[in-house]
Design a protein around this ligand. Structure first.
Ligand code: AMP
Ligand code: MG
Length: 405
């Protein structure tokens, strides 16, 4: 059996990232992966400006803490004032440029304007630089603001826009062909015949792939037959980078995925010391149209196994294929408020929830078909092989929110 880390290393080393790059409006680049480092051509902020509504002053004019000075000009944001005459102040509004000669801002709450004389009592002795955002304090011209392989979230797009980048180079979306094996599978909306179950993996897997920004080609439910599986593999390989299937990867008589992949390509890997989710198939399927094969990953049919193995293996593999920087999810040390007396020899991923006391509760049924655990839970505990857990023990918690974006 391979350890979880060995299997993950194997996958990541096998990943050849997509190389096609497209130029996208920064407005439309959410969730895409940046294809080149981005430099700033400018200082941000471009000039010294005020952080507060108030009065721009020369700090040296206000050392008494009760200086009375005339207001010589008014500078709203977006307007450029005149040089500040010595012995005067400028009315100024957040974001406006500090006029030449001024070196501090006193907030309006610390100033009293006498409407009759047009003079302000400055009731505070500012230090030089007070409430001034300095030119370049966020970004210096010439510096790298975003590196290749960065997933573009809201904050990256805001940063890119702040230096005036109207378009960004991103890798093309990954194309993923999916199908679901099992004679027992029915679709929601259809009546459930005896022996049938609804295909929950189809909905879960599509959701996971959409969250990762993949283009999905969904071939639907495929019966348990070698020929049907081979046929679906060929269709899924054509035009897609990756094929993901669910079910049929054990070694039972009705598990046709393994021999079908072996006939249409090759299969590299089989048993992993993970629970839930031991059977996971990784390989490749030949394409009729191009020299390079499509990657293949066969997920187990049990829904929780499928979900967990996707998060642990498929997600980082997809990120690598997308050209993204792959980093392991943070494992937060947290207190277990439960007992896990009979650990498995495999690396277990237990569905848990954060309780009001700041500890973790365990979902009572950890069965690999019990999807309720994934909805009830806030995340998973990564429990090393053979590790029993007592209340009060520190365990490694991975929130779902870190794994789903
Ligand atoms: P298999 O991996 O094909 O042996 O399936 C293992 C278990 O998962 C069986 O109980 C299947 O009925 C169930 N299963 C397989 N595919 C799906 C699916 N797409 N949705 C929900 N359950 C499934
Ligand atoms: Mg099956």
């Amino acid at each position: 059996m391979l350890s979880v880390q060995e299997a993950l290393d194997f996958l990541l080393h096998s990943a050849r990232p997509v190389s096609d790059i497209e130029q996208l409006s920064t407005l439309d680049a959410t969730g895409r992966v940046l294809a080149a480092d981005q430099l700033s051509q400018l200082d941000v902020p471009p000039m010294d400006n005020t952080q507060m509504d108030g009065y721009a002053v020369r700090a040296s004019d206000c050392v008494s803490g009760s200086a009375v000075l005339p207001v010589s000009q008014r500078i709203p944001a977006g307007h450029v004032g005149a040089p500040l005459q010595p012995g005067t102040v400028a009315r100024i509004f957040t974001g406006a440029l500090i006029p030449e000669g001024a070196d501090a801002v006193v907030m309006q709450e610390q100033c009293a304007l006498d409407e009759a004389t047009g003079k302000v009592t400055v009731q505070h002795a500012p230090r030089s630089g007070e409430w001034v955002r300095k030119r370049g304090e966020d970004i210096r011209a010439g510096s790298t603001i975003l590196t290749r392989g960065t997933l573009l979230r809201a904050q990256e797009l805001g940063l890119a826009a702040s230096v005036g980048l109207a378009a960004l180079p991103v890798y093309r979306r990954l194309k993923v062909g999916v199908f679901f094996t099992g004679d027992e599978l029915a679709m929601p909306g259809e009546p459930l015949k005896p022996g049938a179950i609804y295909n929950s993996n189809r909905f879960m897997l599509r959701g996971l792939l959409q969250q990762l920004g993949c283009e999905i080609v969904d071939l639907g439910n495929i019966p348990d037959s070698r020929d049907a599986t081979r046929d679906a593999l060929r269709k899924a390989a054509d035009g897609n980078d990756l094929i993901i299937t669910s079910g049929g990867v054990s070694v039972g008589e009705e598990d046709h995925v393994k021999p079908a992949v072996e006939a249409e390509g090759k299969l590299n890997m089989w048993q992993i010391a993970i629970k839930p989710g031991k059977p996971l198939a990784f390989g490749e399927v030949r394409r009729a149209t191009t020299q390079t094969p499509a990657y293949f990953i066969g997920l187990p049919g049990n829904p929780v196994s499928s979900f967990v193995t996707f998060l642990i293996f498929v997600r980082p593999f997809i990120q690598a294929l997308q050209g993204a920087q792959v980093k392991p999810p943070a494992r937060y040390p947290m207190r277990a408020d439960f007992t896990w007396p009979k650990p498995d020899r495999r690396n277990e991923f237990l569905r848990v929830r954060i309780n009001d006391g700041g500890g973790l509760d365990l979902f009572p049924n950890q069965g690999s078909a019990v999807l309720t655990s994934t909805v009830w839970g806030d995340g998973i505990v990564d429990n090393p092989p053979g590790q029993a857990i007592q209340p009060g023990d520190t365990v490694h918690f991975i929130p779902f929110s870190d794994l789903l974006h």
